[in-house]
Design a protein around this ligand. Structure first.
Ligand code: UTP
Length: 290
């Protein structure tokens, strides 16, 4: 079945990026000239998704406002004859259907995904954690790579990438059952293992294509680490019922939910932007000696 819908959870507190995220969600932090979440919406649209469901925290309207039209701004740009910016602004409110659901209490990523159950219904869907910025200039968007793997293997698919062994304790790490090319069938998932306990160096990153069975499992999933309903716990439950695959995607991921990751993502996006030449010569001219 075609994957038409994507869920973008964006209701977290973003505590790793305080105080910037005190009043705005981290998904609204800019990367060069667009908020982080817009990159994920564009990635989903470029992957064939036409229904976007964004999970937002109750009482925070910045993301909703961003994807809504802004008549007075459009009129002002029109009056000034700034047609290029007018087009850019209009395009944001024209990404197919964008729906919003509220997460009243921050009970974790798994709980945020569960909030989209009624809007997703009985079909496979993508999940994009927009603070994991996935860049693959000139290649297929990462979500599209996962959708293709889902269509080929008919199970749920999570994005994975090898990480430095010393860093496994920062990620969900998978225990492979069998591996073929970029696809790894998963025997189990371990959340943030110690270096010695890690069953591999394959880390789960923020893109998923899930079957609707995940909602049944999420409804049965108790609060786990940090008192939150964890998506990883639910995927572990899903593995007991259906095959789940890891897909070693092509592309570079930046964790823009942290200060350093956000800085790196800005540099990467700037080097692909219209200002790339000038930015490159600026960086070359920096005195980077200790
Ligand atoms: P994170 O693990 O990055 O948590 O969430 P967080 O609260 O946003 O940020 P930190 O760790 O405190 O800095 C992963 C994704 O899940 C969403 C976040 O918005 C992010 O996209 N999320 C998390 C929710 O939508 N609701 C939650 O209750 C928790």
């Amino acid at each position: 079945m075609r994957v038409r819908k994507a869920v973008l959870p964006a209701a977290g507190f973003g505590t790793r990026f305080l105080p910037a995220t005190k009043a705005i969600p981290k998904e609204m932090m800019p990367l060069v000239d667009r908020p982080i979440i817009q990159y994920a919406v564009e990635e989903a649209a470029a992957s064939g998704i036409d229904q976007i469901i964004i999970v937002i925290a109750s009482g925070r309207s910045a993301i909703e406002d961003h994807f809504d039209s802004n008549a007075s701004l459009e009129r002002w740009l029109e009056d000034r004859g700034d047609i290029e910016m007018l087009r850019t602004i209009r395009r944001i409110s024209e990404f197919g259907t964008v729906a919003f659901v509220h997460q009243r209490e921050q009970l974790g990523l798994g709980h945020a995904v569960l909030m989209a159950k009624d809007l997703v219904g009985e079909e496979p869907f993508a999940v994009l954690l927009s603070d994991d910025v996935m860049l693959n200039p000139g290649g297929e968007p990462v979500t599209k790579q996962l959708i293709d793997a889902h269509l080929a293997h008919r199970g749920s698919v999570v994005a994975v990438q090898r990480v430095d062994r010393r860093e496994v304790s920062r990620y969900g790490i998978l225990e492979p059952l069998r591996e073929e090319g970029r696809v790894v069938e998963i025997r189990n998932l371990v959340e943030k293992p110690s270096v010695d306990d890690a069953p591999s160096d394959l880390a789960v990153l923020g893109r998923y294509v899930l079957t609707p069975k995940i909602f049944d499992v999420l409804e049965q999933t108790n609060r786990g680490a940090g008192g939150e309903i964890q998506l990883t716990d639910a995927i572990r439950g899903l593995i007991r019922e259906q095959p789940v695959f890891g897909y070693q995607f092509e592309g570079i991921r930046h964790d823009a939910g942290t200060r350093l990751g956000w800085l790196k993502a800005n540099v990467a996006v700037a080097l692909e932007s219209d200002d790339a030449d000038e930015f490159r010569s600026y960086v070359r001219g920096l005195d980077l000696r200790d």
